[in-house]
Design a protein. Structure first.
Length: 58
């Protein structure tokens, strides 16, 4: 399993240094746009009953 430090290094590489195909890609997102795109399905999937744990953020 990767450590937090390894995950941070991998994320930095993917966001800032990863080379893309020549001509780019119309679906490639980086930085805040990529984070928002990845967070959207997670946020939409949080329907249903609320958690009974009072410490859980909603």
């Amino acid at each position: 399993m990767a450590t937090d430090g390894e995950l941070e290094v991998a994320a930095e590489w993917a966001e800032n240094r990863m080379t893309l195909r020549r001509g780019g890609s119309p679906t490639t997102l980086r930085g805040a746009a990529a984070a928002a795109c990845g967070s959207d399905p997670i946020e939409r999937s949080r329907g249903g009953r609320p958690s009974i744990d009072p410490r859980t953020r909603t």
